[in-house]
Design a protein around this ligand. Structure first.
Ligand code: Q46
Ligand code: ZN
Length: 300
């Protein structure tokens, strides 16, 4: 197997592109894919400050590394979820990376700073752990970005993640979710801009990127992910992708090009009636926002 770009011996193959690369050309391929996603979808302007949602896993650390290399002012925010074994190890990976790259990392620890953890909070609020966790992440990343004067929050969602979420939303024809399943969500009504610069890279590519860049990431999945339906959707799509490389990319980018414009209105309807939460100032359509209700239930 030879590198497509320079004909040196290849170390990674990318079946979707019918290509293989040597280390240097693969790292350049990753930077190019992220640069193309940022430019094509108008994610970030030069000089914009980015807050990277850092979990300590391969995707978020690859994203942070790539944004720094592409010259963006990118700081990290790590959220301690209070999940035994997993949280301390993931925090350590995030801190080690920040130290190595001399990058700024902010840490918010749910148990220490807010008085609850995800396992307890989700039970108290009668939510599934991943639902309470997702809600907490969205709220805390948005408020930290707003308070810190950042222009955007960047998350490490890759092509596999986006295709799996899209698959789930299509199976349920959830138009409101489909309407906002975009690689960039502009800033509106108290929400900071959200961007997903890794959508042109697969999970396998972000893992290979970290290995070749010698980035130590936490390999273990969060123990709460067992039974998560996105994992089942990923498995189903992986089975198809093995036989027909390129299916995930065709599914996701075809959606963005041909379907997303048709369902954009469904997401707009949801934003009607937004007002600031009296507890935290975040935009909500309820009397108090879902995060404030989660915190109140967890502390009760
Ligand atoms: S961290 Fe949180 Fe994930 Fe763990 S509790 Fe679920 S959502 S699985 S990305
Ligand atoms: Zn609130």
């Amino acid at each position: 197997m030879r590198c497509r770009a320079c004909r040196a011996p290849a170390v990674v193959d990318v079946p979707r592109h019918h290509a293989a690369f040597c280390t240097d050309c693969f790292l350049r391929h990753c930077r190019e894919q992220v640069g193309r996603a940022i430019d094509h979808f108008g994610m970030l302007g030069r000089g914009e400050r980015v807050l990277v949602a850092v979990s300590g896993g391969k995707d978020s650390l690859a994203l942070w590394d790539l944004l720094l290399d592409l010259g963006y002012e990118a700081d990290g925010l790590y959220l301690g979820l209070g999940i035994a074994d997993y949280s301390p190890a993931s925090r350590q990976a995030a801190e080690a990376f920040a130290h190595r790259r001399q990058a700024r990392l902010q840490v918010v620890d749910l148990p220490a700073d807010l008085g609850f953890d995800i396992p307890v909070g989700s039970r108290a609020a009668r939510r599934a752990p991943c639902s309470a966790c997702g809600l907490s992440k969205r709220h805390l990343f948005n408020s930290a970005a707003r308070d810190g004067g950042y222009d955007a929050v960047a998350t490490g969602h890759n092509l596999d993640d986006e295709a799996a979420v899209l698959f789930g939303n299509v199976l349920r024809w959830d138009l409101a979710y489909l309407g906002r399943q975009l690689p960039v969500l502009p800033a509106t009504d108290g929400f900071v801009k959200k961007v997903k610069p890794l959508v042109r890279l697969s999970e396998r590519e972000t893992a290979a990127y970290c290995v070749l860049r010698d980035i130590d990431y936490i390999v273990e999945e969060c123990p709460m992910s067992a039974g998560n339906r996105h994992l089942r959707y990923k498995e189903a799509l992986n089975a198809i992708e093995v036989r027909s490389p390129g299916t995930k990319a065709a599914f996701y980018f075809g959606f963005l090009e041909r379907m997303a414009p048709l369902v954009a209105g469904a997401a707009d309807e949801e934003r009607e009636g937004l007002h600031p939460c009296p507890g935290c100032g975040s935009p909500t359509v309820s009397e108090t926002c879902a995060f404030c209700r989660l915190v109140a239930a967890a502390r009760a």
